[in-house]
Design a protein around this ligand. Structure first.
Ligand SMILES: NC(=O)c1ccc[n+]([C@@H]2O[C@H](COP(=O)([O-])OP(=O)(O)OC[C@H]3O[C@@H](n4cnc5c(N)ncnc54)[C@H](O)[C@@H]3O)[C@@H](O)[C@H]2O)c1
Length: 338
């Protein structure tokens, strides 16, 4: 794109995937500057930010992507915007949909407007496979029908299509990604894999929704970061790309693998009431991004081994994350603190 220093505006990098992406950028590129904008919701972790502050030409700003003043200030001189910032918990979206509409649609609008005025060279909108809804057979391609089934997924679809409209209407160089469930280091503990790993490290049971029959596709976060990096360079403007792990398992099978890798048995499982509107299966066809040369480097077992090792090595991080978790989460969804 350019040989001079490239400046990225990465939103949401106090959170899971975006923080891994910033590490990825510094590990794979020279001559870069990274600006992070993050509101520090309960999903943002101060220790995640502290770790990133070791890098040169890195600046962190606490603020809201819905705030035009800060977005305008930070956008000046930016080459690439990667918008990860989102209210990202399906469970919370059932409880409080309004904040999802504000950030996942309104915040995307604010970023798109300023990106357009500042003529950024690439705008990556991080969407999700949940915009497709559930699928019982086969896999979603990028042109599949969009039928989100919870307020999180519907809000993300709003941001996804708004970004596309800025490509069509204003020529903004937008690329939209739709990834499957990510796992790896620094994931907030409301997500199933880190919750289960840290519960087991504490000798606590693991709560499985319903009978654990839902099928999810698991993507190791580093493979996701590599895909985004590739799309910044080679993605076509206005296009959507699926990014999946192609590692589909039921939640119960996932639970069994984690239990085994951590030396525990099924007596640690506690079945809890299923979530309303719980999608039964997601599955992505990733042929489109594979044609650009991307492929996963991790299968589920190798990714889980790296993830378990990270949580074992970083008790300070996850113990303080657990303390910060919303008490409503335990009370409303698990019935009691596990
Ligand atoms: N986690 C997954 O499995 C997955 C899968 C597909 C797509 N995605 C998408 O990837 C992105 C990142 O997901 P994640 O799991 O890392 O999320 P996360 O919840 O770990 O992090 C989100 C970050 O965004 C910040 N944030 C929230 N609202 C904000 C606002 N208004 N302004 C600025 N910052 C704000 C939070 O403080 C947090 O640091 C999201 O857009 C999500 O929809 C996630």
């Amino acid at each position: 794109m350019t040989t001079s220093k490239r400046t990225y505006l990465v939103t949401g990098a106090a959170g899971f995937i975006a923080s891994n992406f910033v590490h990825f950028l510094y590990q794979h590129h020279k001559n870069i500057a990274v600006i992070v904008l993050d509101k520090m919701t309960s999903a943002g972790h101060p220790l995640t930010v502290k770790e990133l502050e070791q890098y040169p030409d890195f600046k962190f700003f606490k603020g809201d992507i819905c705030d035009p003043a800060i977005v305008k200030k930070l956008m000046a001189g930016v080459d690439v915007v990667v918008n990860f910032a989102a209210e990202s918990s399906v469970d919370h979206s059932i409880d409080d949909p309004e904040s999802f509409l504000k950030t996942d649609i309104g915040g995307v609008y604010t970023l798109l407007q300023e990106a357009r005025h500042h003529h950024v060279r690439r705008f990556i909108q991080i969407s999700t496979d949940e915009v497709y809804g559930q699928i019982m057979d086969g896999s979603f391609v990028e042109t599949s029908e969009l039928k989100p089934r919870n307020p999180y997924a519907a809000s993300k679809l709003g941001g996804d299509r708004l970004a596309y409209s800025f490509f069509v209407t204003y020529g903004l160089p937008v690329v939209v990604t739709r990834a499957s469930n990510n796992y790896g280091p620094r994931a907030f503990l409301e997500k199933v894999i880190p919750l289960f790993i840290t519960n087991l490290l504490e000798g606590q049971p693991v709560p499985v929704y319903g009978q654990g029959t839902q099928v999810r596709d698991w993507l190791f976060v580093e493979d996701h970061c590599r895909a985004i990096d590739l799309l910044i360079e080679q993605g076509s403007n206005g296009e959507v790309y699926n990014i999946g792990g192609e590692q589909e398992v039921t939640n119960m099978e996932l639970t069994r693998r984690i239990l085994k890798m951590m030396g525990c048995d099924e007596s640690m499982v506690k079945f809890v009431q299923d979530r309303p509107g719980h999608d039964l299966r997601y599955s992505l066809d990733c042929s489109k991004i594979k044609k650009l040369g991307w492929q996963q480097h991790h299968d589920l077992d190798s990714g889980l081994a790296k993830t378990i090792a990270w949580y074992k090595d970083n008790p300070k991080w996850w113990k303080s994350a657990k303390q910060r978790m919303d008490a409503r989460y335990f009370a409303g969804f698990w019935g009691e603190k596990t």
